[in-house]
Design a protein around this ligand. Sequence first.
Ligand code: NDP
Ligand code: GDR
Length: 370
Amino acid sequence: MSAHAFALKDLPTPEEYNKRKVALISGITGQDGSYLTELLLSKGYQVHGIIRRSSSFNTGRLHHLYEDQHERPNKFKLHYGDLSDSTNLVYIIAQVQPSEIYNLGAQSHVKVSFEMAEYTGDVDGLGTLRLLDAVRTCGLEKHVRFYQASTSELYGKVVETPQSETTPFYPRSPYGCAKLYAYWIVVNYREAYGLYACNGILFNHESPRRGRTFVTRKISRAVADISLGKQACLYLGNLDAKRDWGHARDYVEGMWLMLQQPRAEDFVLATGETHPVREYVERAFATVGIEIEWSGSGVDEQGTNKQTGKVVVKVDPQYFRPAEVDLLLGTPAKAERLLGWKRKVDFPSLVKEMVEADVKASKGMVEDQN
Ligand code: NDP
Ligand code: GDR
């Protein structure tokens, strides 16, 4: 039992405690938070989430689950909080007494992190420390299992491929540097205090719920709007960057598996394939039968080349980053071997699902999932 003043009293043994299946998720309103909530509810967990107070609506991805909350108030609950507020984190953990914590909350946009470097460091780096310390303050370090949303952005500049759990890190953005701190503080708390804490080093994962400013969703939305005559051109940044793209639903399953093992370890989740941004664009337009041309001349106000009739995709340097991660390609071998994890959705199916969902949303046939 911890010597901290706020330690909870009369806790059962860690084994007994873990049988309670109570999860706390930071970043529950994000892409991964919504899929993870669905998964945990389906497994019988009581799910608690930390949401930020916002003047605009920020629970759209949870809407379908939130309605159910009224029918099953003991299964799903949201708490106001922020990773920059230690007192609030201690209060939430003391109240919820979670058996599993998933730290998904972050300023997660790499390009934005160059503009908000200190904030990103505070939330993504120190925020992780605050959550870990809140666990200790409540005396739960031997009871809670902790998942940290680590990232392939840790690899940054290419040292070797495929990137694995043993590949050295070389982050290339304030976001990557903040996540590097978070990665190591998780390892440190595991070694120093015996906390069951895992880093999931996840490569890019996408879905129809992906934030609209990330490249895959920006493209799928533009393709939908262009196909319906609502948008003319598509402007992008670096088309040559290569990413290892999987589906978010597959990846949250891996997060959960990491917390069900006999001992805490770090795992890569990836597909083992890499594709340039350019290829995503080509596949996405092909899904709706539109032929494209790169940076063509003689473009009319509809964004079409008058001679060829093709839709033009242009490069706008405003989307370039001060330092780029050129190539990400991971190996999921360890996760496949030890967790029995396997991604189900391949790259062509992912692109197709995202474009089709955005076409439906753009037509107003379904509610936009974000
Ligand atoms: P999103 O950007 O969709 O979601 C981020 C979540 O963090 C949102 O719920 C957001 O709240 C919340 N958040 C932001 N700032 C704070 C703060 N100060 N305090 C508390 N919560 C905050 O990200 P994803 O779902 O895609 O990713 C989840 C996690 O996994 C992130 O940590 C990300 O960095 C990491 N990751 C993501 C990968 C991917 O490809 N998706 C790959 C590897 C790692 P709000 O809705 O109010 O903005
Ligand atoms: P990334 O995702 O930086 O890999 O981080 P993003 O989709 O933003 O960029 C992927 C690649 O596409 C290039 N790109 C563009 N990117 C954006 N956003 N907008 C554009 O117009 C554009 N044009 C080209 C980028 O330069 C980049 O090379 C994501 C986030 O989810 C992180 O939180 C997570 O840790 C990593 O994935 C793994």
